[in-house]
Design a protein around this ligand. Structure first.
Ligand SMILES: [Zn+2]
Length: 374
């Protein structure tokens, strides 16, 4: 099983200059290789493949000695990336594009050119860069990818082989159904609920505010103010992303510790946006759903959360079941009859006497569906 471990690294200004130069050289190689492929196609009606281009690297280095600043395997990786872009093109995607500085942000190392020390990441031709190992690296490191994000921060991502992973499934003693929503992040079939974390909502509000500011700057002029506003938006985005993953990891750990079987609704985009438009009516409480963009962030959030949950569950022997979301909020979890309710109705009230929170009722139904499948 492969798993990635991502950490922020802190190059000194001098180290950063070398990294930037390496990234620039990789980008030049990418663009030159793309140009070469286009030329070959125009003149000879032939397509160069990865191997023919990789074979030319030694000669290219003799001609341009500055290329020796970049690890050979990294350069090969650049050509592989172009090859993959071509393969995607052949199977119907768009034609590979020349990369600007903003669109070329990462370099991938395979076996050589780096070494992970206790608090440093040793990089050939760069030196020992400070790394913040927020959690230990597990398994055998297969590749290292260095990325500069849009706020100018650098990250090291290790892809590791954890070996064959066969965790025996835990016997099902405790199980839970979870309903994902906008007003609360999730509601459990036992009636407990998890709100969206407050700091996350605040970051979302800040992001929305900065986006409004950026939108007010004239687009056609590349002014300093606009560039500054753009950077602030990128930083706010990053903050939201980081806080969200942190929240997802903690919540997944909590659920996996407490339950042997977890049942959730299969995400279905139409279903989600329908419930989103329904909760727009609850004013003021959730900054998140006020703009379409933030809604899409939430949507991506559910997806990411379920991915993390599945991953955590797999390595703990916990069963995760996805069920059909149809009617889970309409059916009565006590008597099984259909009780139509509008999107704004937050309570489930049924003739049988059951009166509970709408999402709690849905979570109970989700659990029952999972039990019938599990
Ligand atoms: Zn009922």
């Amino acid at each position: 099983m492969r798993k990635s471990f991502r950490y922020r690294i802190y190059p000194t200004p001098k180290q950063e200059a070398v990294l930037e130069e390496q990234l620039r050289l990789c980008r030049l190689v990418y663009n030159a290789a793309l140009e070469q492929r286009i030329w070959f196609w125009k003149k000879r009606k032939l397509t160069l493949n990865y191997y023919s281009q990789a074979n030319e690297l030694p000669a290219a280095k003799r001609e341009h000695p500055e290329l020796t600043l970049v690890n050979s395997q990294v350069l090969q990786g650049v050509l592989q990336r172009l090859d993959q872009a071509y393969q995607r093109f052949f199977s119907g995607a768009g034609f590979p594009r020349f990369k600007s500085r903003d669109r070329f942000r990462s370099m991938t190392f395979t076996q050589t050119g780096y070494k992970l020390l206790e608090r440093k990441l040793k990089l050939a031709r760069v030196g020992e860069v400070r790394i913040k190992l927020s959690r230990p690296v597990e398994g055998e490191i297969k590749t290292l990818t260095l990325t500069r994000n849009s706020s100018g921060h650098w990250y090291a991502s290790f892809s590791c082989d954890l070996g064959p992973n066969q965790v025996p499934m835990r016997p099902v003693e405790a199980e839970v159904g979870i309903d994902l929503g906008l007003l609360k992040f999730l509601t459990c079939s036992d009636g407990s609920m998890v709100p969206n974390p407050r700091h996350f909502r605040e970051s979302l509000a800040r992001l929305a505010e900065r986006q409004r500011k950026l939108a007010s700057k004239p687009k056609r002029k590349r002014t300093r103010n606009r560039e500054k506003a753009k950077l602030l938006v990128a930083k706010a985005h990053e903050k939201v992303r980081n806080q969200r993953s942190d929240f997802h990891f903690k919540l997944s750990n909590y659920l996996v510790r407490g339950y042997d079987r977890i049942v959730h609704e299969n995400l279905n985009i139409r279903n989600m946006s329908k419930s989103a438009s329904g909760t727009l009516e609850a004013p003021g409480t959730q900054v998140a759903q006020k703009s379409g963009l933030n809604k899409s962030i939430l949507d991506a959030g559910w997806r990411q959360f379920l991915e993390i949950l599945r991953f955590k569950a797999e390595s703990a022997g916990v069963e995760v079941i996805g069920v059909d979301p149809r009617n889970t909020s309409q059916i009565c979890s006590s008597c099984g009859s259909l009780t139509r309710k509008g999107l704004r109705e937050r309570e489930h009230r049924c003739g049988c006497g059951l009166e509970i929170d709408r999402d709690w009722n849905a979570a109970k139904n989700i659990l029952r569906l999972g039990q019938s499948l599990g």
